[in-house]
Write a protein that binds this ligand. Structure first.
Ligand code: ADP
Ligand code: MG
Length: 460
């Protein structure tokens, strides 16, 4: 019976631990919240630690040393029993090829699929993301009115899913609108599964009809990493139908993608313009100052004493991905907590801990998106303007540099580059590249500028 009680009250137990030990939200979110009930028998409770593959043993030790007593106390005060507590590491997750179960229609509470950690409250606003942030907040406050669809794009680990999820939480908490969050993989799997079941079954209402009803009955559709759907014929058709129905009836759609619609080469022109017709907003890689601010924020929230020198080291070496920034910070943080001389960890120790994460010759795959972002952030013009048809002098130069670098740093053809820039033929691209080549000869400063942009691309 106790087993059942513990299992049923699992969240309650964790919340009590937070309250009784005055844990900060972040400490709770990092250490306690992810723990799940594993088993209880013969007075022994086993708790599962999700294995995130970043130093799982450190994590295990840390949790064991810091939270065993907390759990025992919480269990004693709730159930009046002295229960032994053990922690075990979950097996690392195999890479997912999950076949999603079709969620029943009228799925009332859709917040369960939203990551509880991704909220507006803990999103750090800075120059690289403030437009995306205000647009998201606007959509959260009045979904379906303006900026529909909201299209958030940018590189990996920059906060797209975080913002999109924050919109979902906000709407669920402040209205009774039906919100559905789905990754593009889940959507694809559902379409495939509906087709498969449809072929073999003989039900009155076909699985595909059910799927359509499910998606077309929501008020807010959040669809993550849309780039995975584009080019998959049946899935994309299915999505476009849903897209049209929802947009035409004033329902809100938020999409994320790793690139601007103009860079999605398999996307039909009609949908390219519909995707852009709401508001495309980008998230850029964070500046050095923003990276320091994010790390400081983690440190302050955890009451950690990690030195400015270490924060500076992490911020200088991990440039283009907040997820990795967070990972590096957690590695060092876990160590300072385990170390009896905690807090006094020096820069050499930090470098040693991070040697696999930060290594000088980590090479980056150069993509047109990366070039676009680097040129855009160097010149302070938006990526949209670079790929637009605007002719202002302050945009033409970045655009020509973009063409030049695509040619020099990737194996794209002139035609590929022209397609990205929505040019009918590649003569403009050829002209642009030629212009930069000539100008570099005349103007060594331009050559230096381009070298700097290149170095930002290769060691972001
Ligand atoms: P993406 O979807 O763009 O690949 P995520 O939204 O998954 O990236 O973000 C990666 C990690 O970085 C998450 O843990 C997220 O909370 C964190 N993160 C990204 N940007 C910010 C930010 N501005 N403030 C706080 N955390 C951030
Ligand atoms: Mg994401």
């Amino acid at each position: 019976m106790l087993k059942q009680l513990i299992e049923q009250n699992w969240v309650e137990i964790k919340k009590n631990i937070k309250k009784d030990n005055s844990l900060t939200d972040i400490a709770y979110n990092i250490w306690i919240d992810p723990l799940t009930f594993n088993d209880y028998s013969d007075n022994v409770l086993t708790i599962l630690i999700p294995n995130k593959e970043v130093n799982p043993e450190i994590q295990l030790d840390y949790i064991k040393n810091h939270y065993t007593n907390c759990f025992q106390d919480a269990l004693f005060s709730l159930f009046g029993e002295n229960i032994e507590v053990q922690f075990i590491l979950a097996d690392p997750k195999p890479h997912e090829t999950v076949k999603e179960e079709i969620i029943p229609i009228n799925n009332e509470n859709s917040s369960s699929s939203l990551n509880p950690k991704y909220r507006f409250e803990n999103f750090i606003i800075a120059g690289n993301n403030n437009v995306a942030h205000s647009a998201s907040l606007h959509v959260a406050e009045s979904p379906g009115t303006e900026f529909n669809p909201l299209f958030i794009y940018g590189g990996s680990g920059l906060g797209k899913t975080h913002l999109m999820t924050a919109i979902g939480h906000y709407i669920i908490e402040n209205s009774n609108k039906k919100v559905l969050y789905v990754t593009s993989e889940q959507f694809t799997n559902e379409v495939i599964e509906s087709i498969r079941v449809g072929e073999s079954g003989s039900s009155v209402s076909s699985p595909m009809t059910k799927l359509r009803e499910k998606y077309r009955n929501v008020d807010v559709l959040l669809i993550d990493d849309i780039q995975f759907i584009i080019g998959k014929k049946t899935t994309q058709e299915e999505f476009f139908h849903t897209f049209n129905t929802l947009i035409d009836s004033g329902k809100a759609i938020v999409m994320t993608s790793d690139k601007h619609p103009s860079l999605m080469k398999d996307l039909d022109d009609r949908y390219r313009s519909r995707f852009i017709s709401g508001l495309p907003v980008d998230i850029q890689p964070p500046s050095y100052e923003t990276r320091v601010a994010i790390l400081r924020n983690y440190a302050d929230n955890l009451g950690s004493t990690i030195s400015d020198e270490i924060i500076d080291y992490i911020a200088k070496n991990i440039r283009s991905n907040v997820r990795e920034l967070e990972g590096a910070f957690n590695q060092v943080y876990a160590k300072t907590k385990l170390d009896p001389a905690s807090g006094s960890i020096d820069i050499e120790t930090a470098k040693e801990i991070l040697k696999d994460t930060i290594s000088p010759d980590r090479s980056t795959m150069v993509t047109p998106q990366l070039i676009l972002e680097s040129v855009s952030s160097y010149y302070g013009v938006s990526t949209d303007d670079i790929i637009s048809k605007k002719r202002n002098a302050d945009i033409v130069l970045p655009r020509q540099i973009f063409m030049y670098l695509c040619r020099e740093m990737t194996d794209m053809t002139l035609i590929n580059i022209a397609t990205i820039l929505e040019k009918k033929d590649h003569s403009t691209v050829l002209h642009g590249i030629k212009k930069i080549e000539d100008d570099i000869k005349m103007d060594p400063k331009l050559g230096e500028t381009i070298d700097l942009i290149k170095s930002n691309i290769t060691s972001p």
